[in-house]
Structures are given as C-alpha cells and as structure tokens.
Ligand binder design. Structure first.
Ligand code: ZN
Length: 128
C-alpha cells in the first residue's frame, strides 16, 4: 500500500510542479502586458488582480507540495500514517480522504480548538 501511495504522491507532486511552472509563465506574461500597455489603466488593474490571484494560487500550490513531500518522507522512513502529536495510527478512512494527513482526528480537533482560542485571544487584544 505504501509503495502505491508513494507513486501517487510523486505523480501529484509532478502535476503540482507543472501547474506552478504554468502559473509563473502566465504571471510573467501579465507583467510584460502591464509594462507595455501602461497607457491603459484598465489593463493595469486587471494585471494587478491577476497577479494577486496567481500569488494566492502559488502559495496554495506550495502548501500542497510541502504536505506531499512530508508524506512521501514519512513513507520512506516507515512512519507514514502515524499522528505527529500522539504517535497513534491515523485511521485508514481518514488517510484515504487526506493522504497527506499528519494528525489523527482527535489531535487535529484539539489543534483546531487551540487555534480558535488563540485567534479569539488575539482579537480581544487587538480590539482593546
Ligand atoms: Zn493524535
């Protein structure tokens, strides 16, 4: 199962890298269009929105890539499918849906709760 998954992850990684390259190619093209058409303010705004969108997409792609590489590493070390926090096996049903999951359902929920608490604290602090 691990070998198959590793292949699947490798495939996903190369697909992500491909879309990342395409994204960058389009983004630089947008930059050129913006520079060469400075007289038209509409095009400039469009180019800027496009750039922002590609930045968001790019960081999402990078996050996915990091997760895939982490999972692939865990498979190689024979540690795949174990929770990063408690070391328990992550349920297979969860791994099927999220092959790059690094936490079991319980720890993930705890972490989410902590995040919410921190976010709440922060919003209290900043609203003072
Ligand atoms: Zn756990």
């Amino acid at each position: 199962m691990a070998q198959k998954l590793l292949q699947k992850l490798k495939k996903e990684e190369s697909e992500l890298l491909k879309s990342r390259r395409e994204l960058e190619a389009h983004d630089s093209f947008a930059d050129i269009a913006r520079v060469s058409d400075n007289a038209n303010p509409d095009i400039e705004v469009d180019g800027q929105n496009f750039h922002e969108k590609t930045e968001v997409l790019r960081s999402a792609l990078d996050r996915n890539l990091t997760q895939i590489r982490r999972a692939a590493n865990a498979i190689k070390k024979g540690k795949y499918g174990r929770c990063d926090i408690c070391g328990q096996e992550i349920p297979l049903a969860r791994l099927r849906v999220f092959p790059t999951a690094t936490l079991c359902t319980e720890c993930r929920q705890k972490k989410e709760l902590e995040k919410q608490k921190i976010a709440k604290k922060k919003s209290i602090l900043t609203s003072r």
